[in-house]
Design a protein around this ligand. Sequence first.
Ligand code: G4F
Length: 332
Amino acid sequence: MKESNKVALITGITGQDGSYLSELLLEKDYTVHGIVRRTSNLLRSRIEHLRRDEKIYGQRLFLHYGDLSDSTTLRRILHDVCPTELYHLAGQSHVGLSFEIPESTCEETGMATLRLLEIVRAHPLPVKFYHASSAEIFGAASASPQTENTPLRPTSPYGCAKAFATQLARVYRQSYGLFVCNGILYNHESPRRGENFVTRKIARAAARIARNRDDDLVLGNLESRRDWGRAQDYVQAMWLMLQHETADDYVVATGEAHSVREFVEAAFAVVDLPWEKYVKHDPSFDRPTEPVRLVGCAEKIRKTLGWKPAGSFAQLVREMVDAELAAIDSRQ
Ligand code: G4F
């Protein structure tokens, strides 16, 4: 099939990953359809540049109103769009928040995936299905680094919902022969990251303090460690999974863990400020439980699909802080 015959449907198109994935697929000559929730604000900042491009929006990029809880609409969109590839990225993705809204998190993250799998199973034409799984499925990991075979031991409502959806995706692949891939992605960041995730919060605060817009940065656990990569590279991994002849699960990670404290140090170093003077701790940002030893082994995707992470931790931090500085300076 020529790439120009390829049609992608994306849930979560307005998110960090959805926006980068849309750009990647449009560059590859796909027609891209996205499902968006009705909101009172029509501005969808991460894809606004695509929406304003007359050569793209309404020509090769289309948005459809839909909700993950609404099977009839999801089924109709799938029927009308007839995608060759479905990237399921949507859902409540904040781990800390999942302790406060566990039921809606499990509904959006777990049940919605089941709903989509059922719709794809009943669809008359084959659809390659990408499920956005997460390192959170490993939680209190029994081994480190984790691989595709590490047992699932989630430690948050979000992690439980992702574990449920990940295992269902496997069941649908094995039982019905559906082409379903789980991308087990570790933390992936960019200037488009939501402002309540720790990396964006730190990058934004460092820039705002440097430009005298803020006085401090209030954080939770500084000793937490995460395997942080670049979102732009990780959407490439999603696409590669659906191009392979067989469906499978892949860990997508850098293999390096850094603490929140190291991220803070690197971010404040970019603006040449002493972080100890500005960073405060507020226990309300601490979580009831945290995953431990979360670091991924991406050997399988490297060997099978030729994917490897680009750039270093220091480059990622600099890219995020520089983007915040540029945003402030452009508004002056
Ligand atoms: O940036 P975070 O909120 O990301 P978290 O919880 O690791 O989840 C992200 O990565 C997962 C994959 O590994 C995804 F599944 C998930 O959807 C999301 O994309 O927090 C990172 C760490 C945590 O240990 C948290 O406790 O930073 C710590 N932290 C410390 N202070 C904070 C803060 N996190 C947030 N959000 N805000 C703080 O003030």
